[in-house]
Design a protein around this ligand. Structure first.
Ligand code: NDP
Length: 291
């Protein structure tokens, strides 16, 4: 292996500490701490694990965590009413509805109901629109975390060639928009892309968000490339990424491991977005770029 490891775990710990440092000053001005409401419908065990760790991280940052756990048979109307209540609650700065929802519920309608200014997941179309038009909004946590790791490693990204493999609304598309805003030349690849290695061979930055374990091969990469592996795949009880780590690490200049790369950044960015939402809602000044 010649690539340097990008330590997302340690970067995320630093980000969480920076978020926590801002909470007392916010509390001094407003008389309350920032609050994040998480809605988990039903008993899906994987989602329950995510929700528990989000709640724990929120409390560890000194913020308030509100957990709502409607039963799996909750109606669409009841769920929308819960979102309305959270939208109106002044103690709630961020609202997150854990996906996936049970099949009888319309996730799109639920996400559309969240006040865009409390949409700390950045999934509302208003925030997607703000991102591509360069307006302040909320950026989905996973691509935001990837961007932070890239800038930490590479500094100014201007002019670099980037390939984002995957075009989902929660990772690929916002990632491509963020890199475009940083003046990278961006290619978005997907399942219909012909000859993916051709594009990857020219890429200074590769972000893999495909959902297929060990998909991106080392001999597809440009030597020295920076590789961000978003993938979380469970294979034989172990977590693996979307990049074939061993072959990629012998060609890349730097690479994120799985686990310990992008994963910890997602929750840290959720806390960051909640802190930002709280400051914006209360009109308390915050240097958002310094967090
Ligand atoms: P989706 O399934 O929504 O999207 C996968 C994308 O990969 C699609 O755009 C698809 O193309 C593309 N794709 C599929 N097969 C190929 C192929 N053979 N060649 C090129 N592109 C292909 O996944 P997500 O974006 O939600 O997640 C991607 C990965 O990231 C998953 O492993 C997920 O677990 C992980 N993840 C990790 C997070 C974290 O916190 N670290 C958070 C969110 C996701 P098409 O559009 O044509 O179908």
């Amino acid at each position: 292996m010649s690539a340097e490891l990008i330590d997302g775990k340690s970067f995320a710990a630093g980000l969480r500490a920076r978020v926590a440092e801002h909470v007392p000053a916010f509390q001094k001005v407003t008389g309350r701490v920032p609050g994040l409401a998480v809605v988990l419908v039903g008993e899906d065990p994987a989602s329950a694990v995510y929700v528990r760790s989000k709640g724990k991280a929120t409390r560890e940052a000194g913020m308030e965590s509100f957990e709502h756990r409607p039963a799996a048979n909750v109606s669409q109307a009841e769920l929308l009413a819960l979102v309305d209540t959270l939208n109106a609650d002044p103690a709630v700065d961020g609202i997150l509805v854990q996906l996936p929802l049970p099949n009888h519920l319309d996730a799109q309608e639920v996400l559309l109901r969240i006040d865009p200014d409390k949409d700390v997941d950045g999934f509302h179309p208003v925030n997607a629109g703000r991102l591509v038009t360069g307006l302040p909004g909320f950026v989905p946590c996973t691509p935001l975390g990837c961007l932070m790791l890239l800038e930490d490693r590479l500094g100014d990204l201007s002019g670099l060639d980037a390939v984002v493999v995957g075009r989902s609304n929660i990772v690929g598309k916002p990632m491509a928009a963020l890199l475009t805003a940083k003046s990278c030349t961006v290619t978005i690849a997907h399942s219909r892309t012909r000859n993916l290695p051709h594009y990857l061979r020219h890429a200074d930055i590769v972000v893999a968000a495909v959902g297929i374990d060990h998909f991106v091969q080392g001999d597809w990469l440009k030597p020295g490339a920076t590789v961000i592996d978003v993938g979380i795949n469970r294979v034989d009880g172990k977590l693996t990424g979307d990049v074939d780590f061993d072959s990629a690490a012998s060609v890349a200049g730097a690479i994120t491991p799985v686990p310990g790369g992008v994963g910890p950044m997602t929750i840290a960015c959720l806390l960051r977005n909640t802190l930002v939402a709280a400051h914006r809602r209360e009109g308390v000044p915050l240097d958002e770029r310094a967090i």
